[in-house]
Design a protein around this ligand. Structure first.
Ligand code: PEP
Length: 252
């Protein structure tokens, strides 16, 4: 049975003290929840990861990274390798976030390399993709999503998929306050499962967790998460406040 996941993407927010405090609040609130089939993940910015790892140690809150470089090591000033993440005990990395694509020029080809580097280091990947508004308006959203997934992930062997989580994040809904309707999310998630099944098999498609991201908040989460093919959310803004984040975890 595939896992439900609530993952908080803290982006470039919170200094070290604030990160520790937020992690602390989340850890102590999540401690008493029965999270049988639900994973809780937080992703602080790189400089604060070590401190947050200490706070989360031994708890049921996982810490992940927001990005990584595709090279093993070397002259890439300012970058972080997969091995650096695993050396901190991290098990998961987000790749392909629309902000990485838009502001840092991450193409499908670069993302395919990052995917390979992460998997070579036994990192699980939360792989983000989604259409911009013009694609949705011109009814091109299914094609865009299919090509993003195909170009970065469909070269993988079938057994690599146990380390893949998919995150559908329509760009027009990220940080805008505008959410895809639960029906729009369900429609896209079902489509995603269909193309994964066609490329691999029904078992892979059934077992991969597919998260929705884009202005999820405590007011709309329950309805979105209740959809058959929605296995939780990748959360930006609402993940920066412990009460909101805990409310989201309780929304299944
Ligand atoms: C995100 O950045 O992944 C995201 C979904 O942000 P928000 O929840 O703020 O829209």
């Amino acid at each position: 049975m595939r896992k439900q996941i609530v993952a908080g993407n803290w982006k470039m927010n919170k200094n070290v003290q604030e990160s520790v405090q937020l992690a602390d609040e989340i850890v102590s609130n999540v401690k008493d929840l029965a999270l049988d089939n639900t994973r809780v993940i937080v992703t602080p910015t790189f400089v604060n990861i070590s401190e947050v790892v200490k706070v989360a140690e031994g708890s049921n809150v996982e810490v992940a990274a927001q990005n990584m470089h595709q090279a093993k090591s070397g002259a890439y000033t300012g970058e972080i390798s997969a091995e650096m993440l695993t050396s901190l005990g991290l098990k998961t990395v987000i790749l392909g976030h629309s902000e990485r694509r838009e502001y840092f020029g991450e193409t499908d080809a670069i993302l395919a390399e990052k995917v390979d580097a992460a998997l070579a280091n036994e990192l699980e990947i939360i792989f983000c993709f989604g259409e911009v508004l013009e694609d949705r308006k011109s009814d091109n959203h299914f094609n865009v999503v299919e090509s993003q997934i195909k170009n970065a992930l469909f070269h993988l062997p079938v057994d690599a998929w146990k380390n893949i989580v998919l995150a559908y994040e329509p760009v027009w809904a990220i940080g805008t306050g505008e959410t895809a309707s639960p029906e729009q999310a369900q429609e896209m998630h079902a489509f995603i499962r269909k193309i994964v099944a066609a490329q691999y098999n029904a078992e892979v498609a059934e077992n991969v967790s597919v998260l929705y991201g884009g202005s999820v908040n405590p007011g709309n989460a329950k309805e979105i998460f209740s959809k058959e093919d929605v296995d939780g959310g990748l959360i930006g803004g609402a993940a920066l406040n412990a009460d909101n984040f805990i409310a989201l975890i309780k929304s299944f």
